[in-house]
Design a protein. Structure first.
Length: 307
């Protein structure tokens, strides 16, 4: 009988903690690490997992290590830095990076790990915090087909769909493009609603129309009423992380000689919103910034048309 895989998990925030929980409840042995030691200890106590203090120790205890970290630089430091995964991986080990990372850094990290006989799969996610909690994530995967098949049982426990986009870095390329499209849709939706509000339309009614019409999007269905019309502006996804993905997508555009003026201007607008909102702000603050630019809060209800 095959020995069950030992799994390491690094990055136990709003996404990583529930993802690790699904694996533990499925019977996998977990070794945990987080930048906040208390977070790892508390989760380990709940899941019956092991806690260590360096990535090298995680690697030494694990057949597969999953990372859910802020960006590719952090992933690369965890993998290749002092006391990094590289120091503990055995031949045949695998790094499954579910972070939203830069494709070129993913390729470089994977090449460095190959020198010790380890492989890497990039599998960023869509689905946000509730998708992680409900095991309803969508995985966009880059890497060798054989490596994907090794990790597919884990992905199936944490999500609802797996798409293989190509070789190393392809998953991270798709992730930034998904978020670029989401960000541009977000901006356009906010601006359209502000125009309507100033014309005298009720934003709640406008959202209802959008959700039954061609203007419908994930943003109109899942964000505007819940986060903006409610005036909570509390989506847990950070504005700075969306801006990071927009910037990655624009870098890919330059590298591929793509003419994308909407994406370029959109990046500038998101940068302005990020400066106004400050570090750690919710992605919902993009809409508040559009409101402030127009002195027009999107509170429910119609008001007299503005000149």
């Amino acid at each position: 009988m095959n020995q069950p895989l030992a799994i390491g998990f690094i990055g136990l925030g709003v996404m990583g903690a529930p993802m690790a929980g699904h694996l533990a409840r499925a019977g996998y042995s977990l070794t945990l690490l987080d930048a906040h030691a208390d977070t790892a200890r508390d989760l380990a106590a709940t899941l019956g997992a092991k806690v260590v203090v360096t990535p090298a120790e995680v690697a030494a205890h694990s057949d597969i290590v999953i990372t859910m970290l802020p960006n590719g630089q952090v992933v690369q430091q965890v993998a290749l830095g002092e006391q990094g995964l590289l120091q503990g991986f055995r031949p045949g080990a695998l790094l499954l990076d579910t972070s939203s990372s830069e494709p070129w850094l993913t390729q470089a990290t994977g090449a460095a790990l190959a020198a010790v006989g380890a492989t890497m799969v990039d599998a960023p996610v869509s689905g946000a915090a509730w998708g992680a909690a409900e095991a309803n994530l969508v995985f966009m995967v880059g890497g060798a087909a054989a490596d994907l098949e090794r990790v597919r049982p884990l992905l199936d426990l944490m999500g609802r769909a797996v798409f293989h986009l190509g070789g190393p870095g392809a998953g991270h390329a798709m992730k930034c493009l998904n978020n670029l499209i989401t960000a541009m849709t977000f901006s356009a939706t906010a601006e359209g609603l502000v125009i309507g509000k100033r014309y005298g339309l009720d934003p709640a009614a406008m959202v209802d129309v959008l959700n039954e019409s061609t203007g419908m999007s994930w943003i109109s269905q899942n964000h505007i009423a819940q986060r903006v019309l409610s005036r909570s502006f509390d989506d847990p996804f950070k504005l700075e992380l969306m801006l990071k993905d927009v910037a990655i997508a624009n870098t890919l555009a330059r590298e591929t000689g793509s003419s994308v003026p909407i994406a370029g201007l959109g990046q500038q607008l998101w940068q302005a919103a990020a400066r106004a909102a400050g570090p750690g702000a919710s992605v919902s603050e993009l809409v508040r910034w559009v409101e402030q630019q127009n002195d027009t809060p999107l509170n429910p209800g119609a008001e007299p048309r503005r000149p």
